[in-house]
Design a protein around this ligand. Sequence first.
Ligand code: CP
Length: 307
Amino acid sequence: MQELSVRHLLGIKDITPQDIQLIFETADNFKDVLNRPIKKVPSLRDITIANVFFENSTRTRLSFELAEKRLSADVINFSSSSSSVKKGETLLDTVNNILAMKVDMIVMRHSSPGAPHFLSRHITANIVNAGDGTHEHPTQALLDSFSIRERLGDVAGKKVVIIGDILHSRVALSNIFALQKLGAEVMVCGPITLLPKYIKELGVKVELDVRKALAWCDVANVLRIQLERQQMKYFPSLREYTLYYGIDKKLLDSLDKEIVLMHPGPINRGVELSSDAADSHHSIILNQVENGVAIRMAVLYLLASRQ
Ligand code: CP
């Protein structure tokens, strides 16, 4: 059996193109399972997984939990808002207490960049990063590239623009790494204040004009403005942001080609995307969510064999 080169999935930066292809091929098989009347396999029957979420989540938490249940794992869920973290317990103490209950894998979301990397140096259970602050969100990038491959046949050679709040986005960084490892050309587009100073060092194109970016690309991955991570004003108002960077159906129809429209969610309808764009035939937003379960099944299954 082929194996991943890593014991934990902390970020796309740490994995190889071969790892990504293996995850995709495994996810193809699990996607077939998910389309059967009985959507469950016994692959992780003896494995216990804790979903440890220190930050809000809808898609990622539910998608991991469903993936774990489809693989027949035992699942426990932890949410910091209702936990003893509120009484002053440290991250390491919290996780060690969970592991004392004989947990094999930890899926963790945390607001601090590097939190899962820190844990990986102190515990032996496999760790999957479900988003660490503004750093990485590896399973989101995997399901995004998997969805491009599904819609366009391949990721290699495709032109993908990531539009919006690149500065605060773990989705942007993980997508840049994944797309480049798979041979895509990557552009970022947004107000200059929302582009990191180091962005060109990542080997991506930079475009400030959203119309030019859309005219260039095969795929546009649109991000929301992460107001919860912004300590200062990066643009005058959301109204102005929408005026210059908002994407609607009229703008998509004005292009002389079809492009694929993506969004990791949650969407702020009427800000970065209008409803008529988000719900148009260009959009594969719900396909991304569907593919997330198969991708997370593949990641958990492959990591479990590296215990
Ligand atoms: N895409 C994503 O991470 O969504 P959630 O924050 O709802 O998990």
